[in-house]
Design a protein around this ligand. Structure first.
Ligand code: NI
Length: 206
């Protein structure tokens, strides 16, 4: 399954975060063309559980080099969002692209923070490149306002709703070492984690 539906604003949309479907041609075009792919860490890698630190001026070069590689890795996976801790980098950066067709709309968000969230909640199906093949309904605020810096260091603000709101909250969680399964009941979480471990073991055998 690789759903990447963008049926925004319904309370039972089957949208997925991180692990959205995307045409395989994505890697060959646009700003991601020459970038080398980064391996994406899988649960239970402890680096997925660490809190990432803010990007400072001294990190600017590293982040400018990292962002295109993260985007290329996200497109190749394929996914619609990827946070730096998922590639083993403990910095507060994530990338995303919610475009469904081949027209790319890559975004790089540095030091993102939620400054407002709606009381209204929405439930969407989420997935994650660090938990391949696992999906579950997660409930989060329907709308959030985000402050972040772009790659040039400019301060930006983003009002997100629909799939975008789900995606930014999912990616922001990664920067705090939180995975979408942490927002499920213990029963559901353990079920998914056991299923993942079994599938990864089977994959390693093949
Ligand atoms: Ni994820």
């Amino acid at each position: 399954m690789a759903a990447d539906t963008t049926t925004a604003d319904t309370t039972t949309a089957d949208a997925t975060t991180d692990a959205g479907a995307r045409s395989a041609s994505g890697v060959a075009t646009g700003i991601v063309a020459p970038a080398e792919l980064l391996p994406i860490l899988l649960v239970p890698d402890p680096r997925l559980r660490a809190r990432a630190r803010p990007v400072g001026p001294a990190d600017a070069d590293e982040v400018r080099a990292l962002a295109p590689r993260m985007l290329a890795s996200m497109y190749a996976a394929p996914g619609i969002g990827l946070a730096a801790p998922q590639v083993g980098v403990g910095l507060r950066v994530f990338v995303m692209d919610l475009q469904k067709d081949d027209a790319k709309a890559p975004m790089v968000l540095v030091n993102p923070e939620i400054v407002a969230a709606s009381a209204e909640l929405v439930t969407r199906e989420e997935g994650c490149l660090s938990l391949p093949g696992q999906y579950a309904d997660v409930t989060r605020p329907a709308r959030v306002r985000l402050r972040y810096q772009d790659l040039a260091g400019a301060r930006c603000e983003l009002d997100a709703e629909g799939l975008l709101a789900t995606c930014v909250q999912h990616e922001l969680d990664h920067l705090d070492g939180v995975l979408f399964v942490d927002r499920l009941s213990a029963l559901k979480r353990n079920m998914l984690l056991r299923k993942l471990a079994k599938e990864l073991k089977a994959r390693a055998r093949d």
